[in-house]
Design a protein around this ligand. Structure first.
Ligand code: IPE
Ligand code: IPE
Ligand code: MG
Length: 254
């Protein structure tokens, strides 16, 4: 048993050693998927899968923070996830509150800034309170920005941005001619953040599910079959190593 742990540790360290420290993605976005199937495979209720998924978040945040990722955006609850049974939605909201209450102190100690994207006004009041508290407590930190996507849907985000732009044009604060890529970036929930360099989706699904559609125009995509609760440091390092081999051309030629 001990040997197994040691071997695993060694292989992690090897992956870590192979990383090009000068080419760490500035922004990683992850679609945390597969909690339900992970639980089903073990004859557990889906909510146990979500609980196990929170442990993965702890590990991944720590690794990203340590290797110098600047932004980590985690898809935690989509605008479409309200379609799920009320029990599951409630369990997810409770887990969010629990996570924030339990982790904020440690995250703060590790210099992490807590932030979110998505329309949190529709979340239960207690979630909003904990989020605001966490954001306030960590606002002066200078390390990893942990961006939780909550009641987030890319189309919803774009619609909200268009409405704000329309109002500013109507009120004379903005001219139609001023609308360009940069301006739109500033009206999105991700205002001020760079686009994701790398988007990761575990669980075997090969789709984007309404996540950051505008922002991933030139992101590198990485998929794996592992369910989110089984995702770990090793998997993340594998994704980053693969990313480092990609030739990002942005439409140009080398
Ligand atoms: C992802 O896991 C978590 C959320 C969407 C909140 P799922 O709950 O979607 O797990 P699967 O896809 O059913 O396995
Ligand atoms: C995407 O996963 C949303 C989150 C991970 C929060 P889903 O499980 O909701 O996506 P679909 O339904 O498989 O596309
Ligand atoms: Mg899913």
């Amino acid at each position: 048993m001990f040997n197994l742990i040691k071997e695993k540790k060694q292989s992690d360290d090897n992956l870590l050693d192979s990383l090009d420290k000068n080419n760490i993605p500035l922004h990683i976005a992850i679609i945390m998927d597969g909690n339900g199937r992970w639980a089903k495979k073990r004859n557990l209720p889906r909510t146990m899968g979500h609980k196990a998924g929170v442990e993965t978040i702890r590990e991944i945040v720590k690794v990203c923070s340590n290797i110098g990722v600047k932004y980590l955006t985690l898809y935690a609850f989509s605008t479409e996830n309200w379609k799920r049974p009320a029990d599951e939605v409630n369990a997810l909201m409770n887990l969010l509150v629990e996570y924030l209450r339990r982790e904020v102190q440690e995250l703060d100690k590790n210099n992490v800034v807590i932030n979110w994207i998505g329309d949190i006004a529709k979340l239960p009041a207690i979630c909003q309170e904990e989020l605001l508290r966490a954001k306030e407590k960590t606002k002066d930190n200078t390390g990893l920005v942990l961006n939780l996507a909550l009641n987030y849907g890319s189309r919803d985000e774009i619609i909200r941005a268009i409405k704000k732009i329309a109002i500013d044009v109507r009120d004379g604060k903005l001219k139609t001619e001023d609308i360009n890529e940069e301006l739109i970036n500033g009206y999105l929930d991700t205002a001020g953040m760079p686009d994701p360099d790398l988007m990761i989706r575990p669980s075997g699904e090969l789709r984007i599910s309404n996540f950051l559609l505008w922002q991933i125009a030139y992101s590198e995509l990485w998929f794996s079959n592992i369910f989110w609760p089984d995702f770990n440091k090793n998997e993340l390092l594998k994704a980053i190593l693969e990313y480092q081999k990609r030739d990002r051309r942005f439409g140009g030629v080398k």
